[in-house]
Design a protein around this ligand. Structure first.
Ligand code: ZN
Length: 108
């Protein structure tokens, strides 16, 4: 699978330093791929914002983020409200996932 993407650049990415990268996020328990995600800025991955999930589409922040293979809970729904933001996200459970630079995107 290869997806052509254009990185999103907006006030949210600017506030996080302007640099963005794309990550593949896997379930740590069973290695199933959970999502492809645009991470803005440095540091560890604490939250996955809905507006940065590249694949799959259709997540709702009202639900837990669950591995659809082994049903491990990987993230909890939240709304990030610091800095005047109001962004639905998943608060990631740090020992439930692993990530690596995406091999599924072609950035245009
Ligand atoms: Zn799993």
């Amino acid at each position: 699978m290869k997806i052509r993407v254009k990185l999103r650049k907006d006030k949210f990415s600017a506030r996080r330093g302007g640099g963005s990268k794309v990550l593949d996020i896997y379930c740590k328990r069973c290695n199933n791929m959970i999502m492809i995600y645009q991470k803005d800025g440095h540091g560890r991955l604490e939250r996955c914002y809905m507006d940065r999930i590249i694949y799959p589409s259709g997540y709702q922040s009202l639900e837990e983020l669950i591995c659809n293979d082994c049903e491990a809970v990987v993230g909890e729904p939240m709304v990030f409200k610091k800095h005047g933001e109001n962004r639905p996200a998943f608060n990631m459970i740090q020992n439930a996932f692993r990530k690596k630079a995406s091999t599924h995107v072609e950035i245009r």
